[in-house]
Design a protein around this ligand. Structure first.
Ligand SMILES: Nc1nc2c(ncn2[C@@H]2O[C@H](COP(=O)(O)OP(=O)(O)OP(=O)(O)O)[C@@H](O)[C@H]2O)c(=O)[nH]1
Ligand SMILES: [Mg+2]
Length: 444
């Protein structure tokens, strides 16, 4: 089947644990006719047997046993639905802080985000506190290229909320300054709306005035229909970062096209190993397709390489304009919160997450500190920085990685640094080092 004319968007659901991401995702599938009443009844019974009655809608997204037992998402849930204008892939991220790496992988595949916030008394507060995942997820999403956010204020049906305008306004007014400070243009890139994911109100159709007299804005489906995705160039050099791979009549890789287009029969380069590969088949969601463009989530069947020789983070790339592979790069980093108030200096080690790459890295040199207010470099020489600092530094990795300058391909040039399960910094690649045969490193 050919890809139809509808646009495609990947939407990541983010937010603090138990905010209602999976419930809302499940409700979307139910309301769009993907799940029938019988299945819902089955989940109701299963949830009841586990003493998790209210989780039955979340079971649509939380499919494995451990997730259902604990009532918590662990792996990114994936589902598909369509509106009038758009085919959506839902990526349901886990909110629990132990699974932030999975959330990062979901956000790095997303075009837009739905930030789910619980309006229930006390729950908004815990999510929003320092150390709460509302903050961490927003900062990560911004850095990972999620340029638009729908902020859904959920659980409006809860008895402690009861569709109260005061509560909704309170949450909105606390969130706005924080979203601004995280780099979102609140007027252009953010839209707030109230919903109940569990009951399914203000989702497919607008909430009835008898339930919520003050809401005059859109429903969630209307908002999703209208949201603009990021610009991507169908004629640009082909780039598909590999998220996953498996064996199935050959080698199949999975990932999202970040730039350019691909057709069955194309010859491509698998980077960084420079293996020449041929595209035997392309699959978009459930369908076999002849060609695909930017923004599509694909499975690509390849010849010319073995499954064992591919790692996630490799990039399928155009042969004429291949992606660079580097051991070293310059980046502008924002330090968020160092573990145990450590100091950030040359020699600092962390785990680098950039598109699908996860790699140990070392800061080898601090070059400049940037004044966060003026955004200009500061004159003084720096040896170390603390929480909140913005700094330009040189970063090294042991294995070759395929990345791009942020200014060329934002999605392939934004990253996070993590240690001991915490995100310590977010950053943008500013220069790539081309390692020549001699030992010296040249910055392009
Ligand atoms: N009253 C009410 N409860 C809700 C609503 N949405 C979710 N809940 C409840 O909140 C709890 C958590 O819901 P989930 O959908 O699992 O939350 P989540 O954000 O996916 O949680 P994690 O995956 O663990 O991060 C469940 O008990 C839901 O029934 C809502 O709109 N109203
Ligand atoms: Mg969940």
């Amino acid at each position: 089947m050919e890809v139809d004319k509808k646009r495609h968007l990947n939407v990541v659901f983010i937010g603090h644990v138990d905010a209602g991401k999976s419930t809302t995702g499940g409700q979307i599938l139910f309301l769009s006719g993907q799940v029938d009443d019988r299945t819902i009844q089955k989940y109701e019974k299963e949830a009841k047997d586990k003493s998790r009655e209210s989780w039955y809608m979340a079971y649509i997204m939380d499919t494995n046993e451990e997730e259902r037992d604990k009532g918590k998402t662990i792996e990114i849930g994936r589902a598909y639905f369509e509106t009038e204008t758009t085919r959506f892939t839902i990526l349901d991220a886990p909110g629990h802080k132990s699974y932030v790496p999975n959330m990062i992988s979901g956000a790095s595949q997303a075009d837009i985000g739905v930030l789910v916030i619980s309006a229930r008394k006390g729950e908004f507060e815990t999510g929003y506190e320092r150390g709460g995942q509302t903050r961490e997820h927003v900062q990560l999403a911004k850095t990972l290229g999620v340029s638009k956010l729908l902020v859904v204020v959920n659980k409006m049906d809860d008895p402690t909320v009861n569709w109260s305008k005061e509560r909704y306004d309170e949450i909105e007014s606390k969130m706005i300054p924080f979203l601004k400070s995280s780099g979102y243009n609140v007027k252009k890139d953010v839209l707030f709306l109230p919903i109940s994911g569990l009951v399914g109100l203000n989702m497919k159709t607008r909430v009835d005035k008898s339930v919520c007299s003050w809401w005059n804005g859109p429903s969630l489906f209307e908002a999703l229909d209208a949201v603009e995705g990021p610009p991507r160039d169908p004629k640009g050099p082909f780039r598909l970062p590999i998220m996953d791979k498996f064996k199935d009549m050959g080698t199949v890789v999975m990932g999202k096209v970040e730039s350019g287009s691909v057709r069955e029969g194309d010859n491509l380069l698998l980077m960084p190993n420079k293996a020449q590969v041929k595209v035997l088949g392309l699959y978009c969601d459930e369908d076999k397709v002849k060609r695909a463009g930017p923004g599509e989530n694909l499975r690509v069947r390849l010849s010319g390489t073995e499954e064992e020789d591919i790692l996630s983070g490799f990039v399928l790339s155009s042969i004429v304009k291949p992606i660079a592979a580097v051991h070293e790069f310059l980046a502008q980093l924002q330090i968020l919160e160092l573990v145990d108030n450590a100091i950030f200096t040359a020699g600092y080690k962390a785990v680098l997450h950039i598109h699908a790459v996860v790699e140990e890295c070392e800061i080898v040199e601090l070059l400049q500190q940037i004044d966060p207010k003026t955004k200009k470099p500061m004159k003084k020489k720096i040896l170390f920085v603390k929480n909140g600092a913005v700094v330009v530094c040189r970063i090294q990795v042991n294995n070759l990685i395929c990345i791009e300058k942020f200014s060329d391909f934002p999605q392939l040039g934004r990253f996070t640094l993590r240690t001991e399960g915490k995100t310590v910094a977010v950053g943008k690649v500013t220069q790539l080092a081309s390692t020549s045969a001699s030992s010296s490193t040249v910055f392009a």
